[in-house]
Design a protein around this ligand. Structure first.
Ligand SMILES: C[S@@+](CC[C@H](N)C(=O)[O-])C[C@H]1O[C@@H](n2cnc3c(N)ncnc32)[C@H](O)[C@@H]1O
Length: 159
């Protein structure tokens, strides 16, 4: 059973999103990403690193068929919880999977759009990546380690 934070709930376009202390809270970067998206009904969308599921849910609310993933097991549980909570608001579909980057994506799955609000802060020498909130924000010693693996892996994803 996932313990969400009492009274820590976020609202957007009729969606009600519960938050969790081990999962990144939606912030300016998440909202910029949503603003930049142009979703068409029926679009097939992959969101890597979904966190609480807000971006994926907003895409599904607009009618997209969405698969989202996260490496953080708390995020996978939370996104599933938020998906169930908002089911009646979704014109499209949403499936939540766990795993690193594209590891849970099958060979023949096709996407129109792939989204990733990725971790990009450089790791400091003093502080190592040591919790799920660090995993959400820190991208290795130059900040680009996850970005490089994402760009490498996206070549194998079918559009
Ligand atoms: C900056 S947060 C963004 C969360 C959410 N998409 C948003 O915009 O509010 C980055 C997310 O990516 C996930 N993440 C980091 N590295 C990952 C990886 N290698 N594979 C899958 N997810 C990853 C983190 O667990 C975190 O949930």
């Amino acid at each position: 059973m996932l313990d969400t934070i009492p009274n820590k709930t976020f609202h957007l376009n009729g969606l009600v999103i519960d938050l969790h202390p081990e999962v990144y809270d939606p912030a300016e970067d998440s909202f910029l990403m949503i603003e930049a998206l142009k979703i068409n009904y029926g679009d097939k969308i992959l969101e890597i690193g979904t966190g609480c599921g807000l971006i994926a849910l907003e895409c599904a609310r607009c009618g997209a068929q969405v698969i989202c993933t996260d490496v953080n097991p708390f995020a996978v549980q939370l996104a599933n919880h938020n998906s169930k909570r908002n089911r009646q608001m979704l014109k499209g579909t949403l499936e939540v999977r766990g795993g690193d980057l594209f590891s849970s994506i099958k060979e023949r799955e096709l996407f129109d759009i792939v989204i990733f609000n990725l971790p990009y802060l450089p790791a400091s020498n003093e502080k190592k990546v040591c919790g799920w909130l660090d995993v959400a924000t820190v991208g290795g010693k130059d900040g680009l380690q996850v970005t490089k693996r994402f760009i490498e892996g996206i070549k194998n994803i079918s559009f």
